[in-house]
Design a protein around this ligand. Structure first.
Ligand code: SMG
Ligand code: MG
Length: 369
């Protein structure tokens, strides 16, 4: 089975409502969809790098370049590599984890379709549904935030994550906590604090939060350790963890007690599973993060979250939380118990809606041997 062609598509999807984090407000989401063709089958992958280098240094532009000029050429016309062999070959490319993960996802999808097996089963998933939550952006006031939280709780979400930044942190969390005393609640700062300014977060310890996500800089494990030693609430790392090695070191130095796993950030599902395995061996809980994925990436996240160590609800909300129109035919819906079903068809288990895909496509490029 040789790789016949790989198509890159630059997509833009308009969000139903803007999403604001400590690094800025976005109205839409851009990403790269990969289509890998071999032996009459097509495998899809989603590269989660966004238009701007805010969450990560990777962008659609950098990922396009790395895919087109470095990761894809060695594959064209060659036998379809396993995800592991692909990673071994790509190891010479430093960084660019989101580009690698997008291509690896397409390999998992295609090989799963060829084998007739769903992704979750191939990764070692053990559940048919996974617990999920919703991540809510910064709002103009605490009252507006409480109202939005109420609407998500009403629609069935039992775990809510609030975005915070300096000046909009403890007050917001306190307002939501007093309106919802029993809600599973957590916050995410996306690296907006320094060890000094994080002093302001200490009162969060009284609010019974599940975790505080990525308060400090992504390259600063040591200060996360200092901060964790002053907090009872577990720190969870997101941006800081880009490899299994970082995950191990962060846990060993007690820079965090929980890890948010995103396949895109760590270079693919193989590395995501390796982080899951090592956290499980040490008893550290993990959960699946989200990058406002299309239905393609959402299917991958659901399969990953089916692994046994994903004991906390993921940032994997129902399709209707994100886009007016998604590119997959399948829609992911929230069950009454705040779970979403894991796709059961071979590969990622999703099919693309050609008309919706055409409407979302800004640019495309077909690469052949
Ligand atoms: O996919 O529901 C989702 C979004 C979850 O908050 C979310 N992701 O730092 O964890 C995070 C952010 C990163 C994406 S911001 C564009
Ligand atoms: Mg985060």
């Amino acid at each position: 089975m040789n790789v016949e062609a790989i198509t890159l598509r630059h997509l833009r999807m308009r969000l139903k409502s803007p999403f604001e984090t400590s690094f800025g407000r976005i109205h839409g989401r851009e990403c790269i969809l990969l289509e890998l063709r071999a032996d009459g089958l097509t495998g899809y992958g989603e590269c989660v790098a966004d238009r701007d280098p805010w969450y990560s240094y990777e962008t659609v532009g950098t990922a396009w370049h790395i895919l087109k000029d470095h990761l894809i050429p060695p594959l064209l016309g060659q036998p379809l590599p396993s995800p592991e062999d692909f990673q071994a070959g790509a190891a010479g490319v430093r960084g660019h984890n989101m580009a690698k993960a997008g291509l690896e996802m397409a390999l998992w999808d295609l090989s799963g379709k060829a084998a007739g097996k769903p992704l979750a089963a191939r990764l070692g998933g053990v559940r048919a549904t996974v617990p999920v939550g919703v991540s809510i952006g910064l709002q103009e006031s605490a009252a507006a935030l409480v109202k939005i939280v109420a609407s998500y709780v009403e629609s069935g979400y039992r775990r809510v994550k609030l975005k915070i930044k300096p000046g909009q942190d403890v007050g917001l969390a306190r307002a939501v906590r007093s309106a919802f005393p029993d809600l599973a609640l957590q916050v995410d700062a996306n690296s907006a604090y320094t060890l000094e300014s994080a002093e302001a977060l200490l009162p969060l310890d009284d609010l019974g939060l599940l975790l505080i996500e990525q308060p400090l800089a992504e390259d600063d494990l040591w200060d996360h350790r200092q901060l964790q030693s002053r907090l009872r609430t577990p720190i969870c790392l997101d941006e800081s963890i880009t490899s299994p090695r970082h995950a191990r070191q962060a846990l060993e130095m007690e820079a965090a007690r929980i890890i948010n796993i995103k396949a895109g950030r760590v270079g693919g599902l193989s590395a995501a599973r390796a982080i899951h395995d090592l956290c499980r061996a040490t008893g550290a809980p993990v959960w699946c993060g989200g990058m406002l994925e299309t239905g393609v990436g959402r299917a991958s996240n659901l399969a990953l979250a089916a692994l046994p160590g994903f004991t906390l609800p993921g940032d994997i909300s129902a399709s209707d939380r994100y886009y007016e129109e998604d590119i997959t035919v399948e829609r992911f819906i929230l069950n009454p118990d705040s779970t979403i079903g894991v796709p059961a068809a071979p590969g990622l288990g999703v099919t693309l809606d050609p008309a919706a895909l055409a409407r979302a496509t800004l640019d495309s490029l077909v690469l052949k041997p």
